[in-house]
Design a protein around this ligand. Structure first.
Ligand SMILES: Cc1ncc(COP(=O)(O)O)c(C=O)c1O
Length: 401
């Protein structure tokens, strides 16, 4: 068997289930679940309509490359959103539809990490758990990049030694970040791509929260956008993944894409033809409609912005800031995060995710310790109630370390 299987840790939601089972609860039905980042926005009618209209398409096998129309729709969206000139991004060469970013993030390591010659796949810490599992199952060793609290848990690439870069074949970054909501800036991309050129590794940017941000006039910078702005030729060594899950609030549709370097994408395409992950034609039709529409996305963004707007008013604490993007509050508490999660559930009926489930201990420190991740996805009144309870429990002097 693949030795990487024994290295896989229990998934955070399995650990949460286990924690939950130990908490005595009178009424399970009234729990407010803010542990999972599952959008609760209204299902866009245009997606429903496109799904119904194309239901006959399930009679056919889809192709791995996807339809020309879908790739064109994704390319047009990328160009509009990231101000990329249309002639710079070829729908045929620079884009590949995938069934959500999760499978792509996993498959990319299996297909592209050069584990024979290089030890590491690098990832942030805390992080979206797929990166680590993908590294293990590809036969690589995860290298947890230093992500200081002072930088909003974004990696500080400059702290990474040349000896590590030399042994790295692939780097995952996540911007906007899950869990912290921080965004990589031009200097981050510039330094990372400089290292990629010197040490010859692939950069994979997980941008699935790119459409959920606070400042309508200042959307988060994307990796392809940065490539273009900095005159990088053909998105060399760069891949971006994104999906409709958060943008359009349809995580069950399983629809996303990988875009970037055409030489790398061609290899990944070859891998996917064998992996068998072609997107159903019906889903392709619905996705095409979704990428072409911004109205529902603006509405969704407004929903999250209202929720995120509650944070500073409720906590009234200079240290607790509204995250730049995404819909998570990554909140430091005065007590252990696992104890806090149990207490909140038992006494407040609120379920959150303990921060240490999303991070790994390095030099005796788990950067997620004492943090909880609160997904502000529900209606504003539900989020308000949950945040008020969290404040009352941990910031009113009732519970101290
Ligand atoms: C950072 C991050 N990347 C990727 C995903 C996977 O999303 P999907 O496969 O639905 O595109 C998630 C899901 O929550 C996520 O938080």
């Amino acid at each position: 068997m693949n030795p990487g299987l024994d290295k896989l840790q229990d998934y955070p939601f399995e650990r949460l289930q286990n924690l939950k089972s130990k908490v005595p609860l009178k009424d399970h039905s009234s729990i407010i679940d803010l542990s999972i980042g599952e959008p609760k926005t209204e299902l866009p009618e245009l997606i429903q309509h496109a799904l119904m209209e194309s239901s006959d398409q399930i009679s056919f096998y889809p192709s791995t490359r996807g339809t020309d129309a879908l790739r064109q729709s994704i390319a047009s969206w990328l160009c509009r959103r990231f101000q990329i000139p249309e002639d710079k991004l070829s729908p045929d060469e620079n884009i590949l539809p995938v069934n959500g970013t999760r499978e792509a993030l996993f498959g990319i390591s299996q297909a592209l990490a050069d584990t024979k010659n290089r030890k590491y796949v690098a990832l942030p810490n805390p992080f979206y758990q797929i990166y680590e599992g993908a590294a293990f199952l590809a036969g690589a060793q995860p290298f947890f990049m230093p992500c200081p609290e002072s930088r909003g848990f974004s990696p500080n690439f400059e702290l990474i030694e040349p000896s590590i870069w030399m042994e790295t074949s692939l780097v995952y970054v996540c911007s906007p970040n899950n869990p912290s909501g921080s965004i990589l800036n031009p200097a981050d991309y510039e330094y990372l791509l400089k290292m990629a050129d010197i040490y010859n590794f692939i950069v994979v940017a997980d941008e699935c929260y790119s459409e959920i941000y606070q400042d309508e006039s200042n959307p988060p910078l994307g990796l392809l956008e940065w490539c273009d702005r900095s005159g990088r030729d053909g998105y060399d060594k760069c891949l971006v993944v994104n999906s409709l899950s958060k943008r359009s609030g349809v995580p069950g549709l399983r629809s996303g894409f990988v875009a970037g370097d055409k030489k790398i994408l061609e290899k990944y395409f070859r891998y996917r033809t064998y992996q068998g992950g072609a997107m159903s034609l019906q889903v392709q039709a619905a996705s095409l409609a979704a990428w072409a529409d911004e109205e529902h996305v603006v509405k969704n963004r407004f929903h999250y912005r209202k929720n995120m707007g509650l944070i500073e008013g409720i906590f009234d604490d200079k240290k607790i800031k509204t995250p730049e993007a995404g819909f998570f509050l990554w909140l430091e508490l005065p007590i252990d995060d696992i104890d806090a999660t149990s207490l909140l559930l038992q006494r407040g009926g609120i379920l959150v995710l303990p921060g240490q489930f999303l991070a790994r201990e390095i030099n005796g420190i788990n950067p997620g310790s004492n943090y909880i991740r609160v997904a502000l996805v529900n209606d504003m009144e539900v989020c308000r109630k949950a945040l008020m309870t969290i404040k009352e429990f941990f910031f009113s002097g009732e519970v101290q370390s």
